[in-house]
Design a protein around this ligand. Sequence first.
Ligand SMILES: Nc1ncnc2c1ncn2[C@@H]1O[C@H](COP(=O)(O)O)[C@@H](OP(=O)(O)O)[C@H]1O
Ligand SMILES: [Mg+2]
Length: 296
Amino acid sequence: MDGIHVLQRVVEAVNECLSECAVVGIPPPKHPLGTIDVLKVINKGSAQGGPKGKFWVLDPVDGTLGFVRGDQYAVALALIADGEVVLGVLGCPNFPMKKVWLNYHHRYYRLASKLHPPSSDLWHKGFVLIAKKGAGQAWMEPLAWNLQGSHIVKIFKAVKVSLIDDPAEATFCEPVEKANSSHSFTAGVADSLGLRKHPLRVYSMAKYAAIARGDAEIFMKFAKAGYKEKIWDHAAGVLIVQEAGGVVTDAGGQPLDFSKGRYLEGLDRGIIASSGKRLHEKLLAAVEESWDSSSL
Ligand SMILES: Nc1ncnc2c1ncn2[C@@H]1O[C@H](COP(=O)(O)O)[C@@H](OP(=O)(O)O)[C@H]1O
Ligand SMILES: [Mg+2]
């Protein structure tokens, strides 16, 4: 598709979404938006972040590699007010309801669904997670479609982190790409912590969704020294995990700081998330133990 066709498709998609906004209680615009209107809105996306004011943070396709490979990806939106994430929305269209399928590339899931099609009214993959700071709850809306291809809005379901706090029972997830996070370092941490299960390697912020929904207990990301984590790759997921009852910090145990602009400045080594305080403390200790002998 060339640029002009992509633009046309974007304008159509925007208008398709706007035509459905009454579903969530927002009056639709009187006329469809034109190309210039849509471009003007896109151009507004120039905020530099920082400690004051309110701004939205959007990662339209997080886990780009997962998306182009037909596997897991996420659409992530967060609202940051005075440096704090106050609202998080995370769409994971390919996320399977049966967690065992997270271990496999999504193409196998699609193949299995062709061989044994799920009944048309059965929701089996895809959702949007939502959390508001301080609510002490995160919510999941299934992405379910009827035979006509319309989105069936169902009631939001509360999601909660897993209750497992024994490392021997816990599942840890990490990026698929070892260029994005050191698999050898996390293998050392897993060993020191006493994790027994194989790591669950998943593209994108779908990993935060897995923790918030209780499909996994630990997430670790240790990028190469010098890589600067971006706020849009974490904001929505961090809030959703926290409101679902989990904990997210850097490797020094400090909360991630969303008030320093576009990057998570001052991040100590890596990002770790877990389903609860007890497990998190053990995880921090295991990271410390493994750090000195690592080459990161
Ligand atoms: N060298 C690197 N080290 C760490 N993270 C990286 C990286 N290069 C890209 N990333 C980030 O890792 C994200 C993907 O996460 P994951 O590896 O968990 O799937 C990318 O998001 P995008 O795909 O939105 O660009 C990108 O922001
Ligand atoms: Mg991203």
